[in-house]
Design a binder for this molecule. Structure first.
Ligand SMILES: Nc1ncnc2c1ncn2[C@@H]1O[C@H](COP(=O)(O)OP(=O)(O)O)[C@@H](O)[C@H]1O
Ligand SMILES: [Mg+2]
Length: 323
């Protein structure tokens, strides 16, 4: 049976069973088990130090596990021969990725393409990451966001079935991040399976079919974004927007029995228990409160993370200057 036939028989791109990785006393990956379906975008969501890169690099055959089992595209990570053949059919964008700065975009892609027997045409790679205008630009003159997109193109030189993208948008400004999301969505449309790591809640929500939340080496839960929010997000919220402190104080007083909180925009937030929205609106109108808007909000993956870990996922935002 040829490699191609074998692969189409694999229902799961990745199967991990009780994976453990210890660095001396530190348990970086703590009894992790999950499966990733072929063709999906999977997001490994967690803060710095959660164990994302360690897991990814064990699956890529770069780091050694301590115990447990894992199969990537049906290949057993314990079998050296299988891993040698696996490397030819996966793509990777490492967290610490760098380009050859004096080479152009095209030259970089040619350089990496030579490493593999099977290649995608360079023009196709450039089109996939929307770098047509920059094909002849030297990498040192690319912004951070464009460099990252070139990194994704490099991960695709061998037309892989499965791509690992380790924090592909960390440090990018919001616009560059969104452009990268489009590229990642296109990978899925091409039929590729994407294993993404991120500490951005919104990124996981927007892109992923399945999200696994990892914290201190442990999987806290796994599911679609909606499933996770339904399970752990808590109730919807009612947000009363207001512009001035006087109004804010007045709303606080009027809604006192609902336990009002204030969000970072200075809006008043209460839990949207059934039937209270109309009561709140009436109360504010009767008292002629000059609020700007009143909306209900679904909980987000941020609420899920908080509820699962008791911690707020703090992102150390170092946006690269030229991103
Ligand atoms: N080579 C290493 N030696 C010792 N500790 C490591 C090593 N690599 C990672 N760690 C530790 O393992 C934990 C998980 O790290 P990592 O997998 O890089 O997490 P993430 O990618 O989620 O930020 C962290 O506490 C980190 O400091
Ligand atoms: Mg990492």
């Amino acid at each position: 049976m040829g490699a191609e036939t074998e692969m189409s028989d694999v229902e799961f791109a990745i199967v991990i069973e009780n994976l453990v990785k210890k660095y001396d006393d530190l348990i970086a990956v703590n009894d992790v088990s999950f499966k990733i379906k072929m063709g999906e975008i999977f997001a490994f969501l967690g803060p710095n130090g959660a164990g994302k890169t360690t897991t990814v690099e064990i699956l890529e055959g770069i780091r050694k596990k301590t115990s447990g089992k894992a199969y990537v595209l049906g290949k057993d990570i314990d079998k050296r021969k299988e891993m040698d053949s696996l490397r030819k059919i996966i793509g990777t964008l490492p967290q610490e990725f760098s380009t050859h700065d004096n080479l152009t975009v095209t030259e970089n892609l040619k350089f990496w393409s030579r490493m593999y027997p099977k290649n995608l045409p360079i023009e196709q790679l450039i089109a996939l990451v929307k770098l047509e205008d920059k094909a002849k630009t030297r990498c040192k003159n690319l912004s951070g966001g464009l460099k990252r997109r070139l990194g994704i193109a490099i991960s695709l030189v061998n037309d892989p079935v499965l791509v690992f993208l380790d924090e592909p948008t960390t440090g990018l400004d919001p616009r560059a991040r969104r452009e990268t999301w489009e590229v990642i969505e296109d990978l899925k449309k091409q039929g590729k399976t994407v294993f993404l790591t991120t500490h951005y809640m919104e990124e996981a929500h927007v892109l992923a079919d399945t999200v696994a939340i990892i914290h201190k080496g442990k999987i806290m839960d796994i599911g679609t974004p909606t499933q996770l929010i339904d399970r752990h997000g808590g109730e919807n919220k009612i947000v009363v927007r207001c512009n001035d402190q006087e109004t804010r104080d007045k709303i606080h007083d009027l809604l006192f029995t609902y336990g009002p909180l204030e969000n970072e925009d200075g809006d008043i937030v209460i839990s949207a228990k059934k039937g209270i929205l109309s009561k709140v609106v009436d109360l504010l109108d009767e008292n002629k409160v000059n609020y700007t808007d009143i909306v209900t909000q679904r909980p987000t993956l941020e609420d899920v993370f908080l509820s699962l870990t008791g911690e707020v996922l703090v992102v150390d935002e170092k946006i690269s200057e030229n991103a």
